[in-house]
Design a protein around this ligand. Sequence first.
Ligand SMILES: NC(=O)C1=CN([C@@H]2O[C@H](COP(=O)(O)OP(=O)(O)OC[C@H]3O[C@@H](n4cnc5c(N)ncnc54)[C@H](O)[C@@H]3O)[C@@H](O)[C@H]2O)C=CC1
Ligand SMILES: O=C(CO)COP(=O)(O)O
Length: 338
Amino acid sequence: MSNKNVTIIGAGSFGTALAMVLDQAGNNVQIWAREPEVAQGINENHINPSYLSDIKIPETIKAYNNLEQCLQSQDIILFATPSHALRDVANKLKPCLDGHEILVTVAKGIENDTFKTMSQVLVEVMEGTTYEDNIGVLYGPSHAEEVGLFKPTTVVSAAYSTRTARIIQETFLTPMFRVYINNDVIGVEIGGSVKNIMAIAAGIVDGAELGDNAKAALITRGLHEMKRMGVMLGAHSDTFSGLTGMGDLIVTCTSSHSRNRSVGYRIGKGEKLDDIIKSMNMVAEGIKTAKSVRDWSVKNKVEMPITHAVYRVLFEDVDPSDVLYELMTRDPKDEIVM
Ligand SMILES: NC(=O)C1=CN([C@@H]2O[C@H](COP(=O)(O)OP(=O)(O)OC[C@H]3O[C@@H](n4cnc5c(N)ncnc54)[C@H](O)[C@@H]3O)[C@@H](O)[C@H]2O)C=CC1
Ligand SMILES: O=C(CO)COP(=O)(O)O
């Protein structure tokens, strides 16, 4: 059993689900919630009133609305906010850290404009406070709705030092939550982030009833696209056949739990993105990441046709049937370029 002091920053779906896992693994768990009513709900009624509200949260898990109060003497700080909030929240809590804490993020995304992954954002923000060696990510096929119910799940701990990756692994391990290690941090992060764009595309395919052949093609060619970007950034191509590449791509493109697939599905059914976003209380990371990755690929001249198609549907209001035609009528290619 692990016996670490762990604070989770962000009491959304995944923060709540991981609190359950961390508690079951034997740790002392506390959660920082941005919304006072969420902290109150967890402390008084032992449920999160806004996310996964049908899950009974153990009384040992305490929630705070004040950041400073929950950062004393912690071994691990787990960031579970959306990716666009990570920089801001990390800056706010930086003065409260003493430098020995391990910082783990589960947020999946690539920052707009800087094109930084989440661990890179943490490294930059924490410069002078926390060693890069203490920073890592926990990614993989892990929908909160199943994790919170202790359904069997496998993920990957990737960090800038093997020691940190191992500590993260040991802290989260339970018989229903199996954690592997991979030292290819950039590969893990690109897979986990770019698959959200592919999940939006998969949702469009389902919503527009384009068929199973189209879905299989999309997943397969989407994987090529993720790998192409990752390898260009120094990732190992094998990482994309693993849990944080292929594994997370499959679950997000096919699961009814996926927020990103659901955004795509509704677009495929004819709804407008603005209306979809207004109706959601959870983050669909693929929207912002589509912009980052599309801009990155233009800047670096890397061919990412599915990402560009999703970008055009989301941000240029192009009809999905038009981008589909464009994708299907591109110049004939070799499947694999050796
Ligand atoms: N939900 C899931 O199944 C999984 C989610 N993730 C990733 O975890 C991250 C969080 O996802 P969810 O928990 O699903 O999101 P969510 O939308 O359910 O919850 C996000 C939480 O962050 C808080 N938050 C939002 N904006 C904030 C800000 N500007 N500053 C501080 N806090 C803010 C919200 O109040 C909420 O508590 C995302 O990057 C997602 O891709 C990763 C694996 C699985
Ligand atoms: O990353 C996830 C599952 O591994 C969650 O995906 P969604 O945000 O699309 O629900």
